[in-house]
Design a protein around this ligand. Structure first.
Ligand SMILES: [Zn+2]
Length: 143
């Protein structure tokens, strides 16, 4: 189905965790991983990673130690890395020039931005494709 390509599925619990984590990190940017139980399965977990940027009010950088540990934990537990998230404490959930600059080459996963300057916070999912980020619909699904 073509619809699936334009939709990012996520569980209500993962959304709740994402919003809580991003809200608590305010006014700093929060960041981390989006994880599922397998390819094509909904995102059912978010894994926070410390933001080690020196300008964490408007930038993010994965703490290398957290990043390696989260990656190996996911492997060990046979979890699937779907993509990344970070928050925008002050702005809309739209990728900034810095976000594009920091995009891993050939990134084809889900890129999620949570804006916590609005009530309620806004979550926007994107899919990486050939250096671009294409907006996706968000679908809440229970597993
Ligand atoms: Zn950003």
């Amino acid at each position: 189905m073509h619809i699936e390509k334009d939709t990012a599925e996520i569980t209500p619990a993962a959304i709740e965790h994402l919003i809580k984590y991003a809200t608590e990190a305010h006014p700093l940017e929060a960041c981390g991983l989006l994880v599922s139980s397998g390819i094509g399965d909904p995102i059912d977990e978010i894994v926070p990673i410390r933001n080690s940027s020196k300008q964490a009010h408007h930038r993010f950088a994965f703490d290398p130690q957290d990043w390696v540990q989260a990656y190996f934990n996911a492997q060990k537990n046979q979890r699937h890395l779907v993509g990344f998230f970070h928050s925008h404490p002050m702005g809309a959930p739209v990728p900034s020039p810095t976000d594009y600059a920091g995009l891993p080459p050939a990134f084809a996963g889900i890129y999620c931005i949570v804006s916590v300057c609005t009530h309620p916070p806004q979550i926007q999912m994107y899919r990486g494709q050939a250096g671009e980020l294409h907006p996706l619909m968000l679908a809440e699904v229970s597993v």
